[in-house]
Ligand binder design. Sequence first.
Ligand SMILES: [Zn+2]
Length: 447
Amino acid sequence: MPDNSRLQMESTELLRTLIRNACVNSGDPASGQEVRTVDALEDYFAGSGLGCERYEAAPGRTSLITRIEGRDPSAPTLLLMGHTDVVPVSPAGWQRDPFGAEIDDGIVWGRGAADMLNITATMAVAMRHLVLDGFRPRGTLIYLAAADEEAFGTYGVRYLMERHPEAIKTDYVVTEGGGVPVPTRSGLKYSLAVGEKGCNWRRLIVRGTPGHGSLPYGSDNALVTAAEVVRRIATYRPRTTILDVWRRYVASLEVEPSLAAGLVDPERVLETASRMEVRGFARLAHACTHTTFSPNIAHGGQKVNVVPDRVELDIDIRALPGVSPKDVDAMLADAMGDLGARVEVEAPCADEGSISSFETPLADALSRATAALVPGSQVVPRMMAGATDARYFRWKGVTAYGFALHSPRIPHSEYSLMYHGTNERVDVESLGLTARLWDALCRDLLG
Ligand SMILES: [Zn+2]
């Protein structure tokens, strides 16, 4: 059995190292440089008996795999997966140095503290302690520290899937996306991310006719057309869909019956969610019951005295599981109406959503481990609005979840502000709990 204070201490120190490594992924292929964190992890594993495999998809874009081989080749395999890159910061809103990894009153501050270096670090610590403890599981246990999650996994999981599928062949995956407790009447509810929406980015090229800016009357101004296209997309109301996973999540919140009924009624979900006091709940409810359209970038015009003939609009569309990229294009055409004829649509990204069943041995094992570590708590399924590397596995039929085990010290409503936002932080108790969770999960599921 693990020494709990050691797990917590090592997780904290390893997390601080990973934060300081600042593997910032801007989307530029030369950014990230996750090799720094691969070096740190290899140093951490040194002497434990774990062998490390390195996979370099491009210079500095390295991922690391280590494994404890199972005794029984027919037993299921579990992959613990963390990413090592982080998104850039806007330092202005931070109360601490985003890459200083300061620790104050039991809280570690820094970019990646919650997304998701905390999990990457605690998984590594659990791996090392399991092997030092002589753990010889029935099924194989794999640890993957993946590069480039924050830019589609091109140099991380997608590269491994395409070039080294045997290295990450598994039955079960656990990664980021859940584990923040929500207090309810009957105790803490820990959400397990069982699925996520499909990322669909569309570039709309709006054309017009160039002319002199001093003679605008009757001109065919691409910017004016684009403004109307943006307005139509922003006000488009796609169909409301109540998925089973949303229904179950709402039931787990134990809110009063009239609210609970409203939250699963397609006609009333948004109005009901707006009455909930929890910050950000209406946005979550909207995202979990709709395919969403967010016009986020506009480029157009060249000179103030020239009527523009071309404007590019980038729309971030997130499709519910079951909504195909073709369905997305049909909805977009519906939103634009007659203006669609004047718009050329490109699809830089057209992904299906993905969802795993909640009725699996992995969910059962996570639920048992959680109930043992946080008595009275319960694990409940939830869908994520954002995307993670889990999708690559779900598309192949592998059960993949996002989870961790946070203490209630940082209120759950704070987390949505921290992911890709400011003042990202985690308490050390959560790090200890999460490391113990992985230890208990591996012993339970792989035996
Ligand atoms: Zn992440």
